[in-house]
Ligand binder design. Structure first.
Ligand SMILES: Cc1cc2nc3c(=O)[nH]c(=O)nc-3n(C[C@H](O)[C@H](O)[C@H](O)COP(=O)(O)OP(=O)(O)OC[C@H]3O[C@@H](n4cnc5c(N)ncnc54)[C@H](O)[C@@H]3O)c2cc1C
Length: 675
């Protein structure tokens, strides 16, 4: 697992992750790819097998693709193409009032899909196995925590100490199975599903086989991430609060193979009945359909709701009332739950940038918009490469402050969105314009369409910071965290050079061709999650002498022995190991040669020769059309521009080919000189 033994039952590790849900697994995946010594522990005896979260935003699929397993998700999942809105007509009978595309056309090369959390966890586990020796250690519960604040800024220190307890099998049954065991017969589908064929091995290797059961060990860590869900133990150790609404919502969730005459059962539907509540229908893989019903609310501090009163039958009856006159029954129930949640955000996402919180541990909200799992994974997608770059010695610790300013702001936006969306979803439809207590269905549709952009994940826009060279007030653009620039040297990019590439937002993807072999690639496919920064050189029309001279001059500056690329690359490492250059030109492919470009654009290694996969062209392909990348990115095809991308594909800076001094200043703001 990458830990160093200090003595019996004592060890040290660079990063300790508590919790192996989606957030913890995403963090572990980064550490696996960046060669970081990490451990990930979970109190549960197994991963989950069905139920829980299911919706995957198109941005999440882009992220999975950057780790190489989006294709597995794409194949197994149900694709969400259309949303149907159902409302009462003048006689109070539900009818389809609208159809809208589920994913806004053109925003992403993937569309939103649904697949249960257990399968997604499986893909993460397989990926960890393939790329590292990091394995989830199950049946392991942290017992005590101490943090030596005085050592927080010492890069060699292990200021965190956690005592871990290894549980016996009796102790590791998940809470969810206990909750469902109280319900009606046959309701506990949690460990009985026959729909996830490759989990048998996992089922067999319960923690009872763990020879350490019952024992304790002490782990010292440089960093720790609490990904331990809504009741986070880590959050409690830090004394941080979840702040927000006092109201908790209780949701009924039923995963069934429905038997029904409702015509849109294979569409995502929002159904508002006149007086019998509302239902969200989510068509799933393997003929399953998920029904979401908001059952009731409870004030914090009020009498606790007895969840054992909520049964699958009760959820079904609610759905039947909303769907009438259509009929709905089922023979097979895969999973169900009664799920209580409020809308809250953590007061802090980090303690001294050594202990971090991510996922449900710092934000909770309704499941309606399908955001829980996505936003949780995207928290640690934001954090993992930052911690890795500090541990690998390429970045300053100052970069870690951007985790809270970027992700806490996203959580705040999410809660605001969820608040509005839930109110619109749960309310009774207005009878007419004078019915102020009712929800206007036009308002609902407008919110749904607007919400679709937010819910896709591609609109995430990080504020100005040392790693996003945007203009404006950095604290206001983030969560209020103060941002300081090294020696007050702030660089501001030039957004006007690339109209459709936005600093702070992930770069969109269009097809380009490899100059060397003519193969079409979606540009994002080239942006693997491996911790590298990228300089994307839109070299423009290099068939013109003046333009080629500009490109050559930039190449000379970047290749100079004292250039920032040389200074920030560790001795003995390949020149593209920290900052990689990718070029897209707009001349004709057939009239351009790879060797026309400066050598640093297509670096040479003694063993592997020239790198053939750094130079691309915006041109017609033989089989897949023309990507029109320059036009789609809004870049002048004659003059081009330069774009700096973070390791998570978000855009940091945009400038001219002559702006290498600004690029130097930008990287010097947080990178550590290696020579
Ligand atoms: C019963 C239930 C139903 C849900 N249904 C939906 C849904 O229908 N749609 C939707 O979008 N979202 C749903 N969610 C929310 C969604 O699952 C979460 O948003 C998402 O899983 C968050 O990921 P996470 O990794 O932050 O936390 P989790 O998935 O909660 O993972 C936390 C992990 O930490 C482990 N852990 C907790 N405490 C400790 C500890 N002290 N020590 C060690 N390990 C610990 C847990 O065992 C778990 O594996 C549901 C959640 C629950 C609990």
């Amino acid at each position: 697992m990458g830990s160093i033994l200090d003595g019996e039952n004592k060890s040290s590790v660079d990063v300790l992750i508590i919790g192996a849900g989606p957030a913890g697994l995403m963090a572990a995946t980064w550490f696996a790819r960046c060669g970081i010594k990490a451990r990930i522990v979970d109190k549960r005896g197994t991963k989950i097998f069905n139920g829980q979260a299911d919706g995957l935003q198109c941005r999440t699929l882009e992220i999975f693709d950057s780790f190489g397993f989006a294709d597995r998700v794409w194949k197994d999942s149900n694709h969400m193409i259309e949303i149907c809105l159902w409302n009462p007509n003048e006689q109070g009978i539900i009818r389809r009032s609208d159809r809208i595309p589920d994913t806004i056309p053109g925003i992403c090369r993937f569309q939103q899909v649904v697949l249960h959390q257990g399968r997604i966890e499986r893909f993460f586990l397989d990926s960890l196995k393939e790329h590292s020796d990091i394995r989830v250690e199950r049946g392991v519960l942290p017992e005590s925590f101490s943090f030596n604040e005085a050592e927080a800024e010492n890069p060699d220190a292990y200021p965190i100490e956690v005592v871990l307890q290894h549980l016996s099998e009796d102790e590791i049954n998940p809470e969810q199975s206990k909750a469902t065991a109280n319900g009606a017969a046959g309701s506990d589908g949690l460990f009985r599903s026959n729909m996830a064929p490759d989990d048998t091995e996992e089922l067999l290797s319960r923690a009872s086989k763990n020879a350490k059961a019952g024992s304790r060990e002490t782990v010292r860590a440089k960093y720790m991430i609490g990904c331990d869900g809504a009741h986070s133990w880590t959050r409690r150790q830090l004394g941080f609060q979840l702040e927000g609404e006092q109201t908790d919502y209780i949701w009924g969730v039923l995963d069934i193979i429905p038997i029904t005459d409702f015509p849109d059962i294979r569409m995502r539907c929002a159904i508002h009945s006149a007086n019998s509540g509302s239902v969200m229908v989510i068509p799933r893989e393997n003929k399953l359909v998920r029904l979401y019903i908001q059952l009731t609310t409870t004030e914090k501090g009020g009498a606790p709701v007895d969840r054992s009163n909520i049964t699958p039958q009760m959820i079904l009856e609610c759905a039947q009332r909303t769907l009438a006159p259509y009929k709905l029954t089922y023979e097979y129930c895969d999973w169900w739950t009664a799920y209580q949640i409020g809308q809250r955000v953590g007061s802090n996402f980090s303690k001294s940038e050594r202990v971090f919180l991510a996922g449900d541990a710092v934000h909770t909200h309704s499941p309606k918009a399908g955001q829980g799992m996505n936003v949780s994974m995207q928290d640690t997608f934001n954090l993992g490469w930052k911690i890795s770059s500090v541990l690998n010695g390429t970045s300053d610790r100052s970069i870690l402050k951007t985790y809270q300013s970027e992700r806490r702001r996203i959580a705040q936006d999410l809660i605001e969105f969820d608040h509005k969306f839930s109110r619109l979803f749960s309310g009774r439809p207005a009878k007419d314009v004078t019915d102020e207590a009712g929800i206007s269905m036009d308002e609902f549709k407008a919110a749904f369409e607007k919400g679709n952009m937010f819910a896709s994940g591609v609109a995430v826009d990080y504020g100005a910071s040392i790693i996003v060279a945007k203009d404006g007030d950095a604290a206001k653009q983030g969560d209020g965290t103060a941002v300081q620039w090294r020696d007050s040297k702030r660089v501001i990019g030039k957004p006007e050079l690339a109209g459709n590439i936005k600093m702070g937002v992930r770069i969109p993807s269009f097809k380009v061709l490899s100059q060397a072999d003519g193969r079409p690639w979606h540009f994002q496919e080239l942006l693997r999650s491996n911790g590298k920064w990228r300089i994307v050189i839109f070299a423009g029309d290099v068939s013109g002498k003046t333009q080629m001279a500009r490109v050559q001059k930039l190449g000379q500056e970047l290749a100079a022995p004292n250039s920032f690329i040389s200074r920030f690359t560790p001795p003995g490492k390949l020149i593209d190991s920290v900052i990689e250059i990718l070029t897209i030109h707009s001349a004709r492919r057939a009239e351009t040669e790879m060797h026309d470009f400066p050598e640093i654009f297509r670096p040479f290694s003694e063993r592997d020769g020239w790198d053939y996969y750094k130079i691309y062209v915006d041109d017609q392909s033989y089989h897949e059309g023309h990507g029109h990348a320059y036009e789609n990115y809004g870049v002048d095809p004659k003059k081009g521009c330069v774009v700096i991308l973070r390791p998570d594909q978000h855009v940091s800076w945009i400038g001219d080919l002559e702006d290498s001094a600004d690029m130097d200043l930008f990287f010097s703001g947080f990178m550590r000189a290696q020579k």
